[in-house]
Design a protein around this ligand. Structure first.
Ligand code: UT7
Length: 329
C-alpha cells in the first residue's frame, strides 16, 4: 500500500473542559454507583463543558497547540476538517468558526460527521487531499461535546460520555513513514442503534420534541457493544493484512475509548499484550471523535510513542460507521 507521497501526522494537541465530573458526582444525579460504572465501562471520571466553553473553543485550543508543535503558521494550512457530531450550531461549520479565529486565510474548511469514527474518516480524507496535491498541510480536529445532548435522566447513557478535542497536523513525510493503510466502513441500516431523533430538519425543535426528550442521545447499548467487538477485531485484522503485518508487530493499538470491556474483548481476541493497548477512558469517558487523537497526543507527550513505532487506530460509532488505520510514527 505504498504510494508516491507518504502522508503522516506531524504534530498533535488536545483540549479539555475545566470541569471534572466523577462517578461519585453522577451518583447524585441518577440511580447509579461508582462501582457499576467502573466495572461495566472502566470509566472513573470525565470532563464536561461549563460556563462559556464550546466545541469550537476546545477545537481552537487543540489546533493552536498542534500548529505550534508543527512549527507552522495558520496561513500554512490549506484545509481544516473538524470531525464532530456536536458542532456549535447546525451551520456554519465548526471548521469555519476556527478558521476565522486562527486567521487561517488560505484554508478551506468543513465539518465531517461519522460519529465516533469521525477522526479516522478525517484522517482518510486528509490523506487523499495531500496525496493528490490538493493540500499540503491539513489541520484535522476530532472534537465532540456530547454533554448538552446527553439525557441526564438516563443512566444508560449519561455515565458514558465526556467532552474534549484532539487536533493533528497532517503533511507529507519521508517515504516509509506515516499512514500505511486506512479503511472505512458503514452500515446505515443500523442507524437506529445510536442517534438523536430531533434537532435536525426532519424534526426541528417544538414543544413536543422537547417534552418527549427527543433532543437527547438514544442508544441500544448491548447491541452496539456486540457490534463494536466484532468490527474492532475484523477491521484491525484487515488493516494489518493489507500491510502484511500481524498483531504482534504492533507497538500500539489505539482503540476508540467507549468501554474498557469492548477494548479488552477485542484485544484478547487479537492476542495483544496489555502494554500494546493505549487507554485513557478511565479519565475521560467516551469523547466520541476526540477519543483517539487525545490518546495519541498523551502518548506522544509522555514519550511512549517513538519514531518508527507501528500504531493501529481503530474505531466504531453512530451511523453505524467503523474503520481502522495503520501508521508508522
Ligand atoms: O462510541 C459508541 C457509543 N456507544 C457504546 O460504545 C456503547 C456500547 N455499549 C456499552 O458500553 C454497554 O452496553 C453499556 C455500558 C451501555 C451497558 O452495559 P451492559 O453490560 O450492556 O448493561 P445492560 O445495558 O445490559 O444493563 C444491565 C443492567 C440493567 O439493569 P437490569 O435490567 O439488569 O436490572 C440496566 O438497567 O444495568 C443497568 N444499568 C445501570 N445500573 C447502574 C444500566 N446503566 C446503569 C448505570 N448504573 N449507569
Amino acid at each position: 500500500m505504498q504510494s508516491a507521497t507518504a502522508v503522516g501526522i506531524v504534530s498533535t494537541g488536545k483540549a479539555l473542559p475545566v470541569s471534572r465530573v466523577t462517578n461519585f458526582d453522577l451518583e447524585n444525579i441518577v440511580d447509579t454507583s461508582d462501582k457499576w460504572i467502573r466495572e461495566r465501562t472502566g470509566i472513573e471520571e470525565r470532563y464536561i463543558l461549563s460556563n462559556d466553553e464550546t466545541n469550537s473553543k476546545l477545537s481552537l485550543t487543540a489546533s493552536k497547540i498542534a500548529l505550534d508543535k508543527a512549527g507552522l503558521k495558520p496561513k500554512d494550512i490549506d484545509l481544516i476538517i473538524v470531525a464532530t457530531v456536536t458542532p456549535d450550531m447546525i451551520f456554519p461549520s465548526t471548521a469555519c468558526l476556527i478558521q476565522s479565529e486562527l486567521n487561517a486565510c488560505n484554508a478551506a474548511a468543513f465539518d465531517l460527521a461519522a460519529g465516533c469514527t469521525g477522526f479516522l474518516y478525517g484522517l482518510n480524507v486528509a490523506e487523499q487531499y495531500i496525496k493528490t496535491g490538493a493540500a499540503k498541510n491539513v489541520l484535522l480536529v476530532g472534537a465532540d461535546t456530547l454533554s448538552p445532548v446527553i439525557d441526564w435522566q438516563d443512566r444508560n447513557t449519561c455515565v458514558l460520555f465526556g467532552d474534549g478535542a484532539g487536533a493533528v497536523i497532517l503533511s507529507e513525510v519521508e517515504r516509509g513513514r506515516g499512514l500505511m493503510a486506512s479503511k472505512l466502513f458503514s452500515d446505515g441500516s443500523k442507524a437506529g442503534l445510536l442517534y438523536v431523533p430531533a434537532g435536525g430538519s426532519r424534526a426541528p425543535a417544538t414543544v413536543r420534541t422537547v417534552e418527549e426528550r427527543m433532543h437527547y442521545i438514544k442508544m441500544n447499548g448491548p447491541e452496539v457493544f456486540k457490534f463494536a467487538v466484532t468490527v474492532m477485531i475484523d477491521s484491525t485484522k484487515e488493516i494489518l493484512n493489507l500491510c502484511e503485518k500481524k498483531p504482534e508487530d504492533l507497538d500500539y493499538l489505539i482503540p476508540h475509548q467507549a468501554n474498557v470491556r469492548i477494548i479488552n474483548a477485542a484485544s484478547k481476541r487479537l492476542r495483544l499484550k496489555p502494554e500494546q493497548v493505549l487507554l485513557n477512558i478511565q479519565r475521560y469517558g467516551n469523547m466520541s471523535s476526540a477519543s483517539i487523537p487525545v490518546v495519541l497526543d498523551e502518548a506522544v507527550e509522555e514519550g511512549k510513542i517513538k519514531p518508527g513505532n507501528l500504531i493501529a487506530l481503530v474505531s466504531f460509532g453512530a451511523g453505524l460507521t467503523w474503520g481502522a488505520a495503520l501508521l508508522k510514527w
